[in-house]
Design a protein around this ligand. Structure first.
Ligand SMILES: [Cu+2]
Length: 501
């Protein structure tokens, strides 16, 4: 081996140089993936304006040139974004979080409870009521928060540790207040170290009923959750029995609190009447098709009790809801091979806004590659080609219409969840939606699928936009949507050891 000037490189240097060629870039990648012991999401990644207007002074800092939080503008703290403190509460709930053994399927696993049980109590409100929840941490050593999944609450009530509040330490409490304006089925869960917390049971259902009308038949919450490897409905294995007379119609509010999508099917005809809390417009009867409920998502089903006795609704193979007093078919009905396509289910209705007026078009392209995240080596998710924390900060202004293209080239399904907003699906893989407006807060983006979604930026603050396979989120599948002019005083890490994923 010779150098360019013909002099021999001493043989002893060859392995040293070869090692440096490998080690130096790796060390650089490792170093750039590390995050400080306390940092603001405002300092993460880079601003993405989606082709829309940019702030008058440069926000184009980041990566060593300054940050969104150091623009010279007066930024308002998101702690201002609360529910009217002078308005009295209509519904008051005390929730005490604890570390506890959870008994499930004849075994005990290490988990968590709220008021001594998991799922925690179902919170019920009537549309327009102000709900006040006092969360007390009895013994969750890593701290705890509560996020109101699917409810577009004011930003400071959103319950994300390190973004909208500090994690609540043992012995302390936090009060959440929000107006239950959205009718429908929602759920709550810890957003501090959320993967182990939610797996371990720090979760519960939240239902907002319409004013005035009372349902004629049973109205049942079915929280599907897997403890360890044991599937449950409302914390129990096997069947959930719901008493009903033949001819009666039951409303089943199915909530998927797991990290994976869940198939749902029935031996009886049923209708899918609401998705993620929003009514489907003119839903038709579903027969010999199954549903796929994405992680974090909710489906409200209307099930008529057949004259023969009982309707059986499977939530995966292991668990079922049996509606009726008669004898149900004892065996699991065969799972239909065909999946109901929500792109064409129901009939069109007004969206209430005009997607064609969008001023910003964002990309959320999901990929996967080897690298380092938070100093750990592995295969990680990328957003628009970047590994966490170098992910986009989508910047909007209040009142804008926004379009986002989500594309999954990562080989694994991702349930995408934008906090604080509901989004409507415009198209999938280039095929326009033709059914009922398909409003979601949790969207199953399968392998090699692309979705075009739209929403109105009408809820100021700083919002997570992440994968609700919480294991993926912990591996950095996170971005944020921020409204120009808002800043957060909270930090990831720090004395409260805030860790939203
Ligand atoms: Cu994911």
């Amino acid at each position: 081996m010779t150098s360019s000037r013909g002099r021999r490189v001493p043989r002893v240097w060859v392995p040293v140089l070869a090692t440096l060629v490998i080690v130096v870039p790796l060390t650089w990648m490792w170093q750039s993936s590390r995050v400080p012991s306390a940092y603001s999401v405002m300092d993460m990644g880079y601003p993405d304006y989606g082709g829309g207007p940019q702030p008058s002074t440069s926000l184009a800092g980041h990566a060593g040139h300054g940050t969104l939080s150091h623009t010279g503008h007066t930024m308002a703290p998101i702690t201002d974004l609360v529910t009217d403190p002078n308005r009295p509460a209509d519904v008051r709930v005390d929730l005490t979080a604890a570390s506890a053994g959870v008994h499930v399927g004849g075994r005990e696993i290490a988990g968590f409870t709220l008021n001594g049980s998991t799922p925690g109590p179902t919170i019920s409100a009537v549309q327009g009521q102000l709900v006040e929840v006092r969360l007390t941490n009895a013994s969750v050593s890593d701290g705890v928060t509560l996020h109101w999944h699917g409810l577009d609450v004011p930003n400071a009530e959103d319950g994300v540790a390190g973004v909208t509040q500090d994690a609540v330490p043992v012995g302390a409490e936090f009060i959440y207040r929000f107006v239950a304006d959205q009718v429908g089925t929602y759920w709550y869960h810890s957003h501090q170290i959320s993967d182990p917390h939610v797996r371990g049971g720090l979760l519960g259902a939240l239902v907002v009923h319409p004013r005035g009308e009372r349902p004629s038949g049973p109205d049942v919450v079915a929280v599907a959750h897997t403890y360890g490897s044991t599937r449950t409905v409302n914390g129990r294995t096997g069947e959930l029995r719901v008493a009903a007379r033949p001819g009666e119609t039951a409303r089943l509010r199915v909530i998927n609190t797991d990290n994976q999508p869940m198939p749902i099917w029935s031996d009886s005809a049923y209708r899918l009447v609401a998705i993620d809390g929003t009514d489907v417009h003119q839903p038709t009867m579903i027969e010999s098709q199954r549903l796929l409920l994405t992680a974090g998502g909710r489906y409200d089903l209307e099930v008529a009790v057949p004259a023969s006795g009982a309707a059986r609704v499977q939530l995966s193979r292991a668990t079922a809801v049996v509606v009726g007093s008669g004898r149900p078919s004892a065996s699991v009905p065969p799972q239909p091979s065909s999946v109901l396509d929500l792109l064409s289910y129901g009939t069109p209705a007004a969206l209430g806004f005009e997607p064609a007026r969008a001023v910003r078009h964002f990309d959320y392209r999901i990929g996967r590659r080897p690298g380092f995240v938070k100093g750990r080596p592995g295969m990680f998710w990328t957003v628009n080609g970047h590994l966490y924390p170098h992910v986009p900060m989508y910047v909007v202004r209040k009142g804008e219409v926004v379009i986002m293209d989500i594309e999954n080239r990562s080989g694994v399904v991702h349930p995408m969840h934008l906090h604080g907003h509901h989004v409507v699906v415009l198209s999938r893989n280039g095929v326009a939606a033709t059914g009922s407006p398909w409003w979601v807060d949790s969207l199953n983006v399968d392998v090699d699928e692309s979705y075009e979604i739209a929403f109105e930026a009408n809820n100021p603050g700083i919002w997570m936009d992440h994968c609700h396979n919480l294991e993926h989120a912990a591996d950095g599948m996170i971005a944020h949507l921020m409204y120009e002019g808002w800043d957060t005083p909270y930090r990831i890490g720090g004395p409260s050891r805030n860790q939203p994923e």
